[in-house]
Design a binder for this molecule. Structure first.
Ligand code: ZN
Length: 324
């Protein structure tokens, strides 16, 4: 898979431009508070500043995170009202909907079904937290017939999902009440949401209280120890506005288990690391990788990608948890 197919450069760059303006508008004048490592609670060490945010790395578990942090309300307003959130909801999602459906969401629906089946949970009702434009939900319902409910706070996105006939809870998960959820066994899923959470502990605590014994939670997020993030570091486009938490396969387990959930599978099944590195090779400081990428063939990059995935070193991480 190529980065360009699911994230066309001009559309993505326009989103980044608007996001930088919103960073100023929504966050520049907020009072920020020191934030301890979202995974293990250690005090982080400053690594770099970018787009008006300061990034720290945890000396104990290597989680990369934003600290100090603006208050949760600033993020709630940003996601519900800002131009860049609206651009993402309308232009970005719309323009990339069909290639993403085929390249991203359909394989994801298949993968999620396989994982659920492996854990005897493939008849569970799905809840997609931060369900966005609803394409995963559409694909999953079409392929497997399970009902998928969307939890989505963005008004444009929630509206788009309702227009597709999907059931929507229009709110942040942290504000959802148990009586709003469908009854029976449930599998919560969230894709590329965890990195945005103002406080992963608050999110997990709330989610864990909503879950019943046997319910599942499957999510994907960015791993900060993934190769493209490690090599590009502050130059990485993944390290951009509103990505506040970059956990990793080691640091995510104690966090989840501390919240009363059981981690049953962690891996990094990414497909894009080598393509992202190749496209950004001029920004890489490491001589070995810059040279290797410049000389590499597509076939070699594909082989490296497989190796990276096997070593849990991709920046795309998936985690499967169960409520005991
Ligand atoms: Zn830590």
């Amino acid at each position: 898979m190529k980065e360009e197919e699911i994230r066309p450069r001009d559309v993505f760059d326009e989103y980044l431009r608007l996001a930088a303006l919103d960073a100023d508008l929504y966050f520049a004048h907020t009072v920020r508070q020191n934030f301890l490592c979202p995974a293990c609670g250690e005090q982080g060490a400053h690594s770099f500043d970018k787009h008006g945010f300061s990034y720290q790395e945890c000396p104990a578990c290597h989680t990369l995170f934003v600290s100090p942090r603006p208050p949760a309300e600033a993020f709630y307003r940003y996601y519900q009202e800002s131009d860049s959130a609206r651009f993402f909801a309308t232009t970005f999602y719309k323009e990339t909907a069909e290639p993403r459906r085929e390249k991203l969401w359909r394989p994801k629906a298949q993968l999620i079904n396989q994982m659920l089946r492996k854990h005897g949970a493939d008849r569970h009702t799905l809840l997609d937290i931060g369900g966005g434009y609803g394409i995963f939900a559409e694909e999953y319902q079409r392929l497997y017939g399970n009902k998928v409910t969307i939890i989505e706070p963005g008004p444009e996105l929630a509206h788009a999902c309702r227009q597709k006939g999907l059931t929507v809870i229009e709110d942040f998960l942290e504000k959802v009440q148990p009586e709003q959820l469908p009854i029976g066994p449930r599998a919560f899923v969230s894709f590329e949401l965890f990195e945005h959470l103002h406080d992963p502990r608050v999110f997990l605590k709330h989610l864990s209280a909503l879950m019943q014994s046997g319910d599942m939670f499957l999510f994907t997020t960015l791993s900060g120890t993934g190769i493209d993030i490690q090599l590009l570091w502050e130059e990485s486009k993944s390290i951009s506005l509103q990505h506040l938490n970059f956990l990793n396969p080691e640091s995510v387990c104690p966090l989840i288990e501390g919240m009363g959930l059981q981690v049953v599978d962690v891996r990094t099944p990414g497909k894009l690391d080598m393509d992202i590195l190749y496209n950004n090779r001029a920004r890489i400081k490491d001589r070995f990788w810059r040279s290797l990428l410049a000389r590499s063939t597509e076939q070699q990059r594909a082989e490296w990608q497989d190796f990276i995935v096997g070593q849990n070193l991709s920046s795309h991480m998936s985690v499967v948890c169960k409520c005991p």
